[in-house]
Write a new protein. Structure first.
Length: 161
């Protein structure tokens, strides 16, 4: 028997991606608010380091930037110490991971990383301002609306081919 040599990853529809985005918006927002009350200086430094590496990677290595972005979000949820929320959001990341990777390779590089919402998340965490941390991570997640339009365009191109 010959081993499988190819893997097919089903692409998300715009509606599926929008639903995943909404789940992340709500749950990651809650986790960010809780994290602002629990974060230690060491955890904050770790998130700051990840963000610094993310900005550097975004200049020329979208694959690495995508991994660092996910690490930032996952580490933020770990600070909140909400294991069920963390597991649910991790599952959402796994579902959107393949299409995110393609998007980041094909369509990214345009984002102004110096004004990235993660900086406001870090500021909220640093100052114990859960509301600011929530708003910033939700703004970051809501920024994926461009990606929904991109998914629709890809879907249209696939249907026409």
């Amino acid at each position: 028997m010959k081993a499988a040599t190819a893997i097919h990853v089903p692409e998300l529809t715009p509606d599926q991606f929008r639903e995943i985005q909404r789940i992340g918006f709500l749950l990651e927002g809650e986790a960010a608010e809780v994290a602002a009350q629990k974060i230690t200086p060491q955890q904050l430094k770790s998130l700051e380091d990840i963000q610094k590496q993310l900005v550097e990677a975004a200049r020329g290595n979208p694959t690495r930037a995508a991994r660092l972005n996910r690490r930032f979000h996952c580490n933020l949820m770990a600070v909140a110490d909400m294991p069920l929320v963390h597991a649910t959001v991790e599952n959402m990341w796994a579902l959107k991971g393949p299409i995110l990777r393609i998007y980041q390779l094909e369509a990214l590089g345009k984002a102004a990383m110096e004004q990235h919402a993660h900086y406001d998340v870090l500021d909220g965490l640093r100052n114990g301002d859960g509301g600011k941390a929530r708003e910033a991570i939700q703004r970051d997640i809501a920024g994926c609306n461009d990606m929904i339009a991109w998914i629709k365009e890809r879907q249209k191109e696939t249907e026409e081919a």
